[in-house]
Ligand binder design. Structure first.
Ligand code: NI
Length: 400
């Protein structure tokens, strides 16, 4: 059962290619659901590499590549996301974004380049390989409803026995690898509330219904959802991220628009938070005599790692990177549409440390100066290959 390590070790020579690929993508980012040039470029690389099958237009702008091993075995899927963010790149590096206002500020370029490295590796390793590796280059991770659903509807998971995915992660130092069994990333729902009062003169409030006062009362009251309604041992976040109202000091605002996000893990807590939020909007607006409209947008479900697959992660990662490099992570309140794959097939989502002050990789994800230690791509590719080969080896030895 050690051959998955030897195989993963052979990826080292591919780091220069991965770096060049990542830098190309970094210079030419595209937003979610618009990744046309990106996916055409990925498909071109995959054909050059010599994959057995390259399918374009999967779930819109996704690409699926297939490489078949010489020996029979299961289908194992590996996934990278390919979209960028609406952020102006403020880095001073030769590979900075050439597209104004668009930037790979989350590291999806690195995921894509690492998975191309995995393709190149497998294309030269069919002899010793059991089963099929299906490589999913998924669009639109950053925008709900996300690109995963479309990929799944287009058959990306058909026949798949296990799936693995990685996020490079700058809050973790390069050299550290982390994951955990069970929920690792939260469900994330958004809401938009419009409170409609009655505008008027700031000096004659008795004639008005003040939408700002109602909005402020709403903001105060929703703080009690997490502090008073949710079980203290269950994680939950309610954030109001936007509050817009009013135009001048002497005018009572007629309309107040608020929006926010609700992050949870437990489906019951998720439902409770929504119910309480709607109830508070209703009660506050009645209290002020205002009317309102509320839109609730269901976001991604939580990312829940399979227990056995998380165990596989610890076994494989410790052998690959050493005991001291592997951490059992605490769940994060950010979200990922990898969740949809894990709802359908067992698998594991993993974090690869990419932070390193020596190469300027000190900024958080979605920051205008975000960058990574590019060696994290090699760790990513090695981890994905070792996980897939370990799963396939186990399936073969158990006669599946
Ligand atoms: Ni991301």
């Amino acid at each position: 059962m050690r051959d998955h390590l030897e195989s993963a070790g052979k990826l080292d020579r591919l780091l220069p290619d991965m770096t060049a690929w990542r830098r190309h993508l970094h210079m030419h980012p595209e937003l979610s659901f618009q990744e046309k040039r990106t996916s055409a470029w990925i498909a071109e690389r995959l054909r050059e590499i010599g994959c057995d099958e390259v399918r374009e237009g999967v779930g819109g702008t996704g690409v699926v590549a297939v490489i078949r091993g010489a020996r029979p075995g299961p289908v194992v899927a590996l996934r990278a996301d390919i979209d960028a963010l609406p952020i102006q790149d403020e880095k001073d590096v030769p590979y900075r974004s050439t597209v104004p206002g668009v930037m790979h500020a989350c590291g999806h370029d690195a995921h894509t380049a690492a998975l191309l490295g995995v393709a190149a590796h497998y294309a030269g390793a069919r002899e010793g390989m059991a089963g099929e590796r299906r490589l999913l280059f998924q669009p639109a991770e950053e925008v709900t409803p996300g690109g995963a659903i479309g990929m799944i509807e287009d058959g990306a998971l058909d026949g798949v026995s296990a799936i693995y995915g990685v996020h490079v992660w700058t809050p973790l130092p390069f050299g550290t690898i982390a994951s955990a069994p069970g929920p690792v990333m939260a469900a994330a729902d958004d809401f938009h509330l419009e409170i409609k009062g009655k505008g008027g003169h700031g000096g004659m409030p008795q004639e008005t219904i003040d939408a700002i006062a109602a909005g402020a009362a709403f903001v105060q009251a929703v703080q009690t959802i997490v502090s008073r309604s949710v079980d203290p041992l269950e994680p939950a976040v309610v954030t109001i991220g936007s509050f817009q109202a009013g135009s001048a000091p002497n005018i009572v605002a007629e309309v107040c628009r608020l929006s926010g996000t609700v992050r949870t893990f437990d489906p019951k807590v998720r439902a409770l938070a929504q119910e309480r939020l709607r109830g508070i909007a209703d009660a506050v607006c009645r209290q002020f005599g205002a009317s309102y409209e509320i839109d609730w947008l269901d976001g991604y479900p939580p990312v829940v790692n399979d227990g056995r697959e998380a165990e596989r992660f610890f076994t494989v990662a410790r052998r690959l990177f050493g005991d001291g490099a592997v951490e059992r992570m605490r769940p994060l309140m950010v979200c990922e549409d990898f969740a949809y794959y894990l709802e359908r097939v067992p698998g594991c989502f993993m974090f690869v440390g990419a932070g390193n002050a020596a190469c300027g990789a000190v900024h958080p994800h979605h920051h205008p100066r975000f960058d990574i230690d590019e060696r994290a791509m090699l760790s990513t590719a090695r981890l994905l290959v070792a996980m897939a080969d370990h799963f396939a080896g186990e399936a073969a030895s158990s006669g599946q």
